[in-house]
Design a protein around this ligand. Structure first.
Ligand code: CA
Length: 230
């Protein structure tokens, strides 16, 4: 079985490109389409493992595409909705979408939802993602499929942001990550707030993990950024 194929249906070129780069970096194969009608035709003819579907598209909107795809396929669909458009989310889920993301989104959260959607059992019995993935540094273990973090036998309760930050560190363990990289990946490509937010969240994580368990996991690389190490 090859890499999961993800179809990015998005007419904003900047976002489509960003998604493509990030998904390919994670090892997925991607295809991109900016026209709604062509997107539907391609979904009907080609074989994808997951569809990222924008709503406002030329020639056929994402809601219509979702409804029509559901008549022919159970391929997982994640809708990409505009900010705070609650009605779109509800409609999208009613029409059979598996999940939705509100733009602008942080890439780590999107990747988590992609992994989750790929685990959905398919009618054809195909499974594209290994069960029980485990990210580990010594006694610190994260199970992304269960959204769970443990140190030894004790479960660590993290907020969504803390979890995303820890997951990013664990997926790049031993690499030094700069504040800018962390901001871009965990807070999103158009985050405009204070870069101190990274230091603040590193502090939260250390309080809950390093300090609480009396063992050092998260290292500060002075003048550069942070790393998690064995
Ligand atoms: Ca659009």
């Amino acid at each position: 079985m090859g890499n999961p194929r993800i179809f990015i249906v998005e007419d904003e070129r900047r976002i489509a490109r960003f998604l493509q780069i990030e998904l390919e970096h994670e090892g997925y194969a991607t295809a991109v389409e900016d026209n709604g009608l062509r997107a539907f035709e391609r979904i009907a003819q080609e074989d994808y493992d997951l569809i990222l579907l924008d709503i406002m598209l030329p020639d056929m909107d994402g809601m219509t595409i979702c409804r029509k795809v559901r008549e022919i396929s159970d391929v997982p669909i994640i809708m990409l909705t505009a900010r705070d458009d609650v009605e779109d989310k509800v409609n999208g889920l009613d029409l059979g979408a598996d999940d939705y993301m509100t733009k602008p989104f942080a890439i780590q959260e999107l990747l988590a939802r992609v992994r989750n959607a790929l685990r959905k059992p398919r009618a054809d019995g195909r499974e594209v993602s290994p069960e029980g993935e485990k990210l580990q540094v010594r006694d610190l273990v994260m199970y992304p499929s269960r959204y769970e973090v443990r140190v030894g036998n004790e479960e660590v309760q993290l907020t969504k942001k803390e979890y995303s930050l820890l997951e990013y560190l664990l997926r790049n363990k031993r690499n030094v990550l700069t504040r800018d990289q962390i901001l871009q990946e965990v807070w999103g490509y158009d985050y405009t707030g204070d870069t101190n937010v990274v230091d603040v969240y590193i502090r939260y994580l250390r309080a809950k993990i390093d300090d609480h368990f009396g063992e050092k996991y998260i290292y500060t690389i002075r003048g550069v950024g942070y790393a998690i190490k064995d």
